[in-house]
Design a protein around this ligand. Structure first.
Ligand SMILES: CC(C)(COP(=O)(O)OP(=O)(O)OC[C@H]1O[C@@H](n2cnc3c(N)ncnc32)[C@H](O)[C@@H]1OP(=O)(O)O)[C@@H](O)C(=O)NCCC(=O)NCCS
Length: 181
């Protein structure tokens, strides 16, 4: 299985549209043909592909201001669901986006799968609202980049900077940092 990015001008994008139509719109009696997709050319498109080029999972990342990005249109082929593919594509996506400087991820989760995104670290924000005819919940996640050369467990420390004494306000626990080779 291979994770890669593609653009809206590619054959892969046509595959993405077919997958989204099949798993996200047809079951609701809707069609992407009735939607304005023109903004998608400025968004980032990713897929998980089998060796023969079959697209089995796809996701779109729409950059927002200030390091935020909206994750949208998460779809896994019906015949491949419940095998960890969404977990895998979201993990690859997160790594890729963090490397590009994004740190705040937002998404609109269908209520049926809120528990799943919660397991991936997303937190529900606000109440339910209707989108594409079904209830959704906004969810958010902040991802801290690993400090180069370290497996930075720092991200779980409430670390501040004490300007008066010129050192971290929470003592750095050296044992929490593990050098990566
Ligand atoms: C939701 C979706 C992306 C999950 O993909 P997946 O590859 O099956 O997910 P994973 O195998 O990585 O994770 C499985 C977990 O997702 C959740 N999940 C998956 N499909 C679900 C469904 N139809 N209803 C409720 N929970 C579901 C469960 O928590 C499941 O864990 P479990 O199998 O231990 O119960 C996929 O089912 C899909 O494309 N659904 C249709 C479109 C959609 O709903 N997209 C999400 C929009 S927010």
């Amino acid at each position: 299985m291979n994770f890669r990015e593609f653009t809206t001008g590619s054959v892969d994008y046509q595959r993405e549209l077919a997958l989204r139509e099949a798993v996200m719109r047809a079951p609701l009696g809707l069609s992407l043909r009735n939607e304005d997709l023109s903004a998608e050319k400025d968004q980032l498109h990713f897929g998980l592909f089998e060796a023969d080029g079959t697209l089995v999972a796809s996701v779109i990342a729409a950059p927002l201001a200030d390091g935020q990005v909206k994750i949208r249109q998460m779809a896994v082929a019906s015949s491949r669901q419940r095998r960890g593919l969404e977990t895998r594509i979201m993990g690859e996506l997160e790594k890729t986006l963090v490397a590009r400087g994004f740190h705040r991820f937002v998404l609109h989760a269908r209520v049926a799968v809120v528990g799943f995104y919660r397991k991936l670290g997303y937190v529900a924000v606000g109440g339910e609202f209707i989108e594409v005819t079904i209830p959704h919940v906004r969810m958010e996640k902040t991802v801290t980049a690993k400090i180069r050369g370290f497996n930075a467990k720092l991200k779980v420390l409430p670390l501040g900077w004490d300007a008066e004494v010129g050192r971290p306000s929470t003592p750095l626990r050296a044992g929490k940092l593990k050098a990566l080779r």
